[in-house]
Design a protein around this ligand. Structure first.
Ligand SMILES: [Zn+2]
Length: 160
């Protein structure tokens, strides 16, 4: 029996189509990207996270000479927030990534599989969807209304 899964997303041709808070998150993520520590991949990623209390925090990728010891921008931010604001819900996360030498053809960069799994954990924990945006520096933006749309067959605590 063949079954299909349908996911939904929004596409913005240009960041000028975003609303004010979304634009602020985009700018914060781009700023965070500037401080990424990515001497090995030269692939720079920044993210901005909006909490339900209105605060915005950011993260960026942190690489390591022992490669697996590094961490993506999304999880750098998520784990810090989880450690410091364990009961505050996450409303939105905006991710901006691309090679250091950016060129206009770079498409929007989605979170890696491990980050999708981590994001899904927080969405499940707070029992409320997280809006996720991803972009390169070229102003095109993709938005999903739930991490489930990026990870349809997600693993969670119900399997344990
Ligand atoms: Zn990742």
């Amino acid at each position: 029996m063949k079954k299909d899964i349908q996911i939904g997303y929004e596409y913005f041709k240009n960041s000028s189509e975003l609303n004010d808070i979304e634009k602020k998150l985009f700018e914060t993520a781009k700023q965070a990207r500037e401080n990424a520590y990515a001497p090995y991949s030269q692939f720079f990623v920044g993210c901005a996270v909006l909490l339900e209390n209105g605060e915005i925090f950011s993260g960026n990728n942190q690489e390591n000479a022992a490669f697996p010891s590094g961490l993506c921008a999304e999880r750098t931010a998520l784990f810090w927030i989880g450690a410091n604001f364990p009961t505050v819900k996450i409303k939105k996360i905006f991710v901006v990534g691309g090679p250091k030498e950016f060129h206009e053809k770079n498409p929007p960069i989605p979170p890696c599989g491990a980050c999708r799994q981590s994001l899904m954990e927080y969405e499940t924990k707070q029992n409320e969807n997280i809006d996720l945006y991803f972009s390169s520096m070229n102003e095109e933006v993709v938005k999903v209304h739930s991490i489930k749309d990026l990870l349809p067959f997600y693993f969670d605590a119900t399997f344990l």
